[in-house]
Every structure is written in C-alpha cells, then in structure tokens.
Design a protein around this ligand. Sequence first.
Ligand SMILES: Nc1ncnc2c1ncn2[C@@H]1O[C@H](COP(=O)(O)OP(=O)(O)OP(=O)(O)O)[C@@H](O)[C@H]1O
Length: 677
Amino acid sequence: MNSSTRNSVNNGGDGGGGGGVPRGPVRRIAMDGSWSKKKSSQISLQEFVFTMAPLIDMEKEAEISASVDSGSSSSLVASLKRGSTMLNLKCVDVQTGLMGKTLIEFQFNKGDVLPAHKFGTLDVVLLKPNKADVRSLPLGQGVVYHLKDSSITVAFDDIPENGLTSPLRLEKVANEVTYRKMKDVLVQLSKGLQKGPAADLVHVLFGEKAPTVSKKDILFIPINSALDHSQKVAISKALSSKNVFLLHGPPGTGKTTTVVEIILQEIKRGSKILACAASNIAVDNIVERLVRHRVKLVRLGHPARLLPQVLESALDAKVLTGDNSSLANDIRKEMKSLNGKLLKTKDRNTRRDIKKELRTLSKEERKRQQLAIADVIKGADVILTTLTGASSKKLENTSFDLVVIDEAAQALEVACWMGLLKGSRCILAGDHLQLPPTIQSVEAERKGLGRTLFERLAALYADDIMAMLTVQYRMHELIMNWSSRELYNSKIEAHPCVAAHKLYDLDNVNTSSLTESTLLIVDTAGCDMEEKKDEEDSTMNEGEADVAIAHARRLTQSGVQPSDIGIITPYAAQVVLLKMIRSKDNRLKEIEISTVDGFQGREKEAIIISMVRSNARKEVGFLSDQRRMNVAVTRARRQCCLICDTETVSSDSFLKRLIEYFEEHGEYLSASDYLNE
Ligand SMILES: Nc1ncnc2c1ncn2[C@@H]1O[C@H](COP(=O)(O)OP(=O)(O)OP(=O)(O)O)[C@@H](O)[C@H]1O
C-alpha cells in the first residue's frame, strides 16, 4: 500500500445543474497550495509540459529505487519493504503453456501464504537466486501470469537452465519504456500541434477554446434495449459533443455498458475509433463486450498480456489471415529454400546472386508484413489498446474520429495524451470520486502528477461537457445511500432489481438476523484490539483480523458461498495477516482478501471491511481519504460489514458520519461477540 495516495477530497455543495457532478467537485488540498482547483484546472499547455516533465522523472526514479535495479544492498532492503521483491521462493511446478512460454509456479519457503508484496499480474519480473548480489544477472526475465495467496506463476520466454532447485527471489522491474513514451508525448505537445488530428482538441482541453456541441439534439436507436434514462441521456450528449465529453460513472452504474453503446452508435455513424484504458484488463473487458456485436475490431498488445477470450481479436491473429501475410509467408518459404541452396553452393558468382536475391526478398517480406498490419488496422472500425500501446509505431500514420478512454479517472493525464493525440474528439469515462492512479513518489504526487485529466476537465467545464449515470445495479439501497449522500449529492438511485436484495435471497442461504442485515458495524473499542506495525512498517490489527474471519465463517455457515465474500482493508500487512488466519480453514479458501485499492472495479455479495486503525492517539492515516472509503463500501452488493474501533476512527469527521450512518441504519455488534470463535 502506498501512503503517497493519501489525498483529501473536499465535496462542495451542489449549485444545481441536474445529472452532473457536485459543483466544486474534487479539490486536492496540497500542502503548498500549488494545486488549487482554479490553477490546476486552467493550466496552459506550456505550464503542463514544464510541470509534468520533472514529475515524470521523479516518479521514474521512485519506481527504480523501489525495484532493486539501483544495485546497492540497502536498495534490496528498501525494495523488500516496498513489496517489490519476494525472497525465499521455491519452484513447485514447470509447464509449457501460452504460445510456447514456460509457466513456472513459485511458493513461499517459509509459510503457506506469500509474504506481503505489490506484484500484480502482467508485471515484468526478474528471477534470481535468493542470495544473489543485487547486480547479478538474472536466471530469467518473465511476466507475472497468475497470482494466488499461496503462489505466483511467471511466464518466461525460455526455461532458466540452472538454479531452479535452490531458494529463489523475484524482483519487480521498473517499467522504463512507459516513462520514455510519456516524455515523448510531452515533447510532441511542447512543439505545439498546428497539424495532426488533435490540433484543435488540444486547445479545448487546455481551456483556450470553449468546447462545442452539435446544435441539434442527437437522437439514436439504442442497440442495447435495456439502457436506463440516465444512460440514454449520457449517450445522446456524448454523440452531440464535438470535441470532448466526460461520462461520469459512479459505482455500479453501468459505465462500461454505456461506453460500449457509444462505440456501437459511433460505428453506425461511420466513425473510426480508438478505445483505450490504462490497464489491459479494462481494455479486454470492452473487447469482450464488443465482440458479441460482431464489430470489426482489433486488439493491439502482446498476446501474453491479453485475456485468453480476446486472443482471436489480437492483431497478431488477424494479421495471419490477410493476403499480404500469406505473401510474406510464401516469401519466407522461398528464402528458406534459397538459404538451403546457399549452404550447398561453392561457386562465388552463384553465391553472390543468391545473397542479392535474399536481400531483396527480405526487404519484400518486411514490407508485406507491414502492409499486412496496415491492412488490418485500416479495415477495423475500432482499435483497442492500452494508453501506452496507443503510442505504438503500428498506429503512427493512423488518425481517428474519436478516442474513447475508459477508467480515465485512474490514468495519469500524460498517459491519456498518448491516445488523445491520435484523434479529433474524445470521450473520457470514469469516476474521479473513486481512487486515482497510484503514484510512488510522494513529491511528484504532491506536485500534481496524480491529478487526472478527468478531474481537471470536470473542474474546468463541469456540467457543460459531462453527464453522470444515476441508476446503480449493484448495491442494496442502504449501502448506496451513504455513498450517494456523501459524494454524489444524493443523485444516485438503486434499480429495483437490487434496491432491496438481501443475502438470504441467494440460493441455499438461510434466513436469519445475520443474513437479513444489510449494514453491520462490529466495534472493537474497549476490546483490547490495538493496531501494530509489521517489519515493513505497514499497520495491522490481529484482533480485527480474527473478527473478520469469524464473521466470514458465520456467513458461510449460513449458506453464503465463500466466493461471494470479500474481505478488504486499506493496509497491505492486514491482507497478509488475514490470509494467514484464513489458510487454517480450508473451507474459507475461496474468500477473496485484498487491499481496497486492489479491489476497485470489483464487487461481492458480502463485503467485510477491516479498518485496522486503533490507537490512543486517534490517528486514522489514509482512512480519511473519502475516495478510499467510497470504493470500500460500494464493493458490496447485499451486505457491508464494517469492523473498526469507533473511538479511534470517529476522530475524523467524515469517518464519524460513516459510523453514525451504519449505527443508525444497521446492526451494531461488539467485537467481544466474536471472541473465542
Ligand atoms: N441499463 C441496465 N439495465 C440492467 N442492468 C444494467 C444496465 N446497465 C448496466 N447494468 C448492469 O450493471 C452491472 C455493472 O455494469 P458495468 O460493468 O457496465 O458497470 P461499470 O460502471 O463499468 O462498473 P464499475 O462500477 O465496476 O465501474 C453489470 O452487471 C451490467 O449488466
């Protein structure tokens, strides 16, 4: 967990304007005041470039020093603390899988659960002997393929030949390519963009020109017949926008459903679309939903990083079926036979002729390959890729009528520009009242690197260019109401299909006071359940962890499926502790345990939140970030159980209101009710 994401959110009152975000929406309270709302949202292009360039360097440095690349043994210790290195691993399985890659599974030598870490699927990692010098060459480099509580599986291009039998360590590699690409985008922006598809858009996004919309209302025939009123209004506004539109999607309101409909409607109008998101998963999610509509699309990205269900849409797969590709294939066959001849021939003249022909063929093969790629890109209505992928050479000469960025409130603004420079119009979808991108460098964070374009434009233009989705399809209305009141000016309503749903409505779940409760607060005050620090300085609370597992066990005893339960907590050390306690009971192994940040975008029927902080000083740390608690509570569909020391957390006024809300609308229990279970 990264303490640098400790931001405050100030929810101003709504000055009216239906369907939009609260007026004066999110203000970062910067220590030096350098990012007041006005200044940061009205930043000029030049200011933006000059501010961001050093911040990107700072962030890159922070990431490099978080990995062990810097080469000193103290950096190894620091890296362990930050969870970027995992020591004491053993190889438990080797398999060939995914397009010839070798999948190696590792487990922890010293326990059933992996130690606290910040590895995620798709991270690039180095494999080294446990005690190897920090500068030593790795046994192999791979990509994290699969993560479980008890093991991590890495995809390697080649099997490391030796050393797999001794204790091993994995190190996360800093992703320098992304930083280089972000710097390149800043250079492009700093040159001024008189030409290029985004020449006009840039002025609008930096507040130099007002955004425009089509004069006539755009009517459309929905392809998805289930769209609700707020979704239809948002789609109509998006279609009317001539340069920029913000789709504000609070939790569970069908943001991706709406994005997909916008893309389908734009295809009908003949637009060529670039659809991006910061993460591969978010991009694949859109691909999956568009494929059902037989859209002409192509997914750019390394096949090892794509979900299996979207591999058929991958550029590599599509290129293989084109005419130019089969020509390239024929050429390769011819080259192979010429190479055979070359080996057998001694005559100098013949050899010279063959080599000349091989050179010509090789040039032709490359050209055909490039043409094959260009054919696929030209023939597609929608190209989907991550923001980093949007700056790929393959798209160098392609421009788009529309650039769509999903999860835009979780992407760095600089990263968004990699996609934005390719189109004349853009639609950004997201929710700036949930967690922003994680920034490693505290200083870069403080100076505004994490301020997203979505947030900046929401402050700059507010309701003029945005629409908020207002019907949610996830939560019981009691769970939703707290978040709606605190952050969305009470504008969200629960769809009747979820408004009153209870745990006991699920198959095989008993009806009892436990499964009837929607909101529950379990108070640890006075129960001797103080927080502690682990070796890496992350906070944890053993008493709370026991209570959380005991509550989860009671739910499963009432018939709730373990896979329908999630336990989330702001602190990484608490995640490890919870997993260790859970590993003692095999029946609970399907329960998901995660940090709040890691669970953004997900949901479970029952969510248990362990807030951890319990101290005489009444310190609450980054619990006070409204966005983190907003994400935590809104992951729950039918029951949300809050475990906390009410005396400590009530010292923060926002959290005090949360506690009061749970006490007023839910069940109150003391943690002592769970002791000795
Ligand atoms: N108009 C609708 N009618 C019925 N169900 C809907 C409608 N719109 C969305 N949903 C359902 O709501 C759920 C969430 O939708 P979707 O994944 O599009 O939301 P999201 O806003 O992207 O999610 P998140 O909150 O995770 O960002 C899905 O199960 C989807 O089928």
